[in-house]
Design a binder for this molecule. Sequence first.
Ligand code: ADP
Length: 268
Amino acid sequence: LLETLVDQVAIAIERTRLAADMEETRLLSETERLRAALLSSVSHDLRTPLVSIIGAASSLIEADSALGEAGRRSMAETIREEGERLNRYVQNLLDMTRLGYGALEIRQDWVEIRELVGRAARQLRRVLHRHRLRFDLPRDLPAVRGDPLLLEQVVANILDNAAKYAPPDSEIVVAAALSGHWLALSVSDFGPGIPEADRAMVFDLFYRVRAGDGQVGGTGLGLAICKGILEAHGGRIRAEAVNPDGSGTRVVVELPLAADPPVELAGE
Ligand code: ADP
């Protein structure tokens, strides 16, 4: 077990190094300011989960007998969760680099929205288990055209935020509906909400509403990547308040409906 864990840490560190290398080589055309901001933010954000992973692995190695079964398990879970977080982060980083570089290839598959949401929720199950997740996804929604992995990442980023900013035990509702020529998918949470003045800006790279208050870790990458991926699909994204007092966040993703949904998927 320990060897596997240490291997995982080594892989995570290697991934980190690769991501940093990619930043160095691919962002040459970006402005110097953006590049400097990106590199410092990236190193900081990569270090936080890595410190947790290395700390937990060290406890497992050095204090193994004192930990007991429950302690060992909790350390191993920390390593897995932080490793998964790192993995999502590196994926975001790679996509962002490719988006900025105009090199993000968009597959044009048929994507069934209920399956897409299911995959994203499974990917994040260990992040979402403290919340009550509710789905309001009609069975007869038509499939949309797009890249299944990139769209899964959009949903995962939004769910990740809902779990991160809304209090434990609160409800997170994933809903989908047709709206004109669009398929609208929304994720609503009952957290503090995003102040109206910030709502359009949270989709900008590195923009964080409560940045620096030290309470919730984050990178300011997730929603910018969602926006980039959706624009590459001819779609759009916005945030609104759930409640009249401005609390709660609903992020709405809209994807264009294709003219000719496949017979086997439509009306299933
Ligand atoms: P981060 O890594 O900081 O979460 P994002 O790009 O995903 O980066 O989000 C940008 C900012 O938008 C966040 O820092 C946070 O201030 C705000 N935000 C996003 N989602 C929510 C939410 N569900 N509730 C409250 N604030 C949110």
